[in-house]
Design a protein around this ligand. Structure first.
Ligand SMILES: [Zn+2]
Length: 422
């Protein structure tokens, strides 16, 4: 016995070395049939990602990753792993997110899972909502009480004076009365200050809004310019809802950073080369929201032929913008749009972009736009462990971007999650 113990004592360190150093306490390993660390790098088959303290500690071929003793998210193993997705256009205005400060955590987790977690979103940009409620939701997510994505928010948007869009006219009178419609630069600056001081991460401008009967309201250029300048002075981004080409021209003039839609205006819908040149020279990003257009036009009972023509115009806008080198940010307007499944968005984007360009719009492009490349967007050592496990390779078929097996944010599985109380 004594002899055996001695032998074990001598051999143990050698065995340890042969198998690699034991992993730190709390480490978790995810096994991937295929791993894309970034859209512009070749995939790695039979790979592993080691997560420690919510960050990526190692990622590469399985044989090269020392994972002895690591825990596993067994239900997440065996898929195609990519970096966590950002949906750059969402809203938390639905009733199921109301009273976020007091609603049971399980209900909020279920609501977030239904709209976002189950589709791989680890970061979202709320492009207008009730700021106080969204901040309450974000606080509970950040505390780990509710499972959900990281939330960046534009808070309350600014509208043209007497220019609430006709599609919002059904909102309750008290909600309508609270929407900011600055008539002067001073009023706009006061709105922006209150919004940012209360937790907003960006400013959202409605530059051109439909009023019914073919009429539109426009934000005064001096107000739009002052709003953008003040937001930039605070180091934040300006998002704009353009509606039509005239709205895009106003966004260019104001110095907007992100257009939150392509356009299906009533007039000319081509994005001419001169317009695209200006978008590129001003480093503006575009969120295509392609799936939203057939959704809206079908609700308006337009003929399928017209719906397809209008949708094809927006696909063409995206193609021309991306071909010129424009930065595309994935976004679907869920929360306004009740169809949460992004499969159709991926199908439509694939008419203009490659699968890896779509992956960039979900990962590296938004990380760059939000100046967060040092913490997210790719799968590299030291970055946040924001990961999506897909059932199959999206390069083979883009609909696989929507077939999410697991969503991991900061090393924690946020989809699938145990039911409330479980
Ligand atoms: Zn929206």
């Amino acid at each position: 016995m004594r002899k055996l113990t001695l032998a074990a004592l001598i051999l143990a360190p050698l065995l340890l070395q042969a198998c690699g150093e034991p992993v730190p306490e709390g480490a978790t390993v995810i096994r991937a049939a295929r791993l894309y660390t970034a859209p512009d790098r070749p995939p790695i088959d039979d790979a592993a990602i080691l997560v420690v303290d919510g960050r990526i500690a190692a990622a590469g071929p399985s044989a090269s990753i020392a994972a002895r003793g690591a825990a596993s998210f067994a239900q997440c193993d065996g898929g195609t792993v990519v970096a966590g997705f950002q949906n750059s256009h969402v809203h938390f205005t639905d009733a199921k997110f109301a009273d976020a400060a007091s609603k049971p955590a399980g209900e909020l987790t279920a609501a977030l899972d239904d709209m976002l977690n189950r589709y791989g979103f680890t970061t979202v940009v709320d492009t207008a909502s009730n700021l106080q409620n969204t901040v309450a939701l974000r606080t509970r997510v950040d505390a780990g009480e509710v499972a959900g994505p990281r939330i960046l928010t534009a808070g309350g948007a600014l509208y043209p004076k007497n220019g609430i869009p006709i599609y919002l006219s059904d909102l309750p009178p008290d909600v309508l009365a609270a929407l900011s419609q600055p008539g002067t630069v001073e009023e706009a600056l006061a709105s922006i200050e209150a919004n940012i001081d209360s937790g907003a991460d960006a400013t959202k401008l409605f530059l051109m809004t439909p009023q019914g009967g073919g009429r539109y309201a426009f934000m005064q250029p001096d107000i739009a310019i002052a709003a953008a300048d003040e937001t930039h002075r605070r180091g934040l981004l300006v998002l704009a809802h353009p509606t039509d080409i005239e709205g895009i021209n106003l966004a260019i003039e104001a110095g907007v950073d992100v257009l939150v839609h392509t356009t299906i205006g009533e007039g000319k819908t081509d994005w001419e080369p001169a317009l695209i040149d200006q978008l590129i020279s001003k480093s503006m990003a575009v969120i295509p929201t392609l799936q939203l257009w057939p959704y809206e036009l079908k609700r308006a009972k337009l003929e399928p032929r017209i719906v397809e023509l209008a949708t094809a115009d927006t696909v063409e806008q995206l193609r021309a913008f991306a071909k010129a080198g424009g930065q595309v940010l994935f976004g679907t307007d869920v929360g306004y749009m009740s169809d949460y499944d992004p499969t159709e968005e991926y199908r439509l984007m694939a008419r203009a972009l490659s699968p890896m360009e779509i992956l960039a719009s979900l990962t590296t492009a938004p990380a760059a736009r939000w100046k967060e490349k040092a913490r997210r967007g790719v799968i590299d050592v030291g970055l946040d462990a924001d990961l999506v496990v897909l059932d199959a390779d999206p390069a083979a078929d883009v609909v696989n971007f929507a077939k999410v097996r697991c969503t991991i944010r900061g090393g924690r599985v946020i989809h699938p999650v145990a039911p409330a109380g479980g």
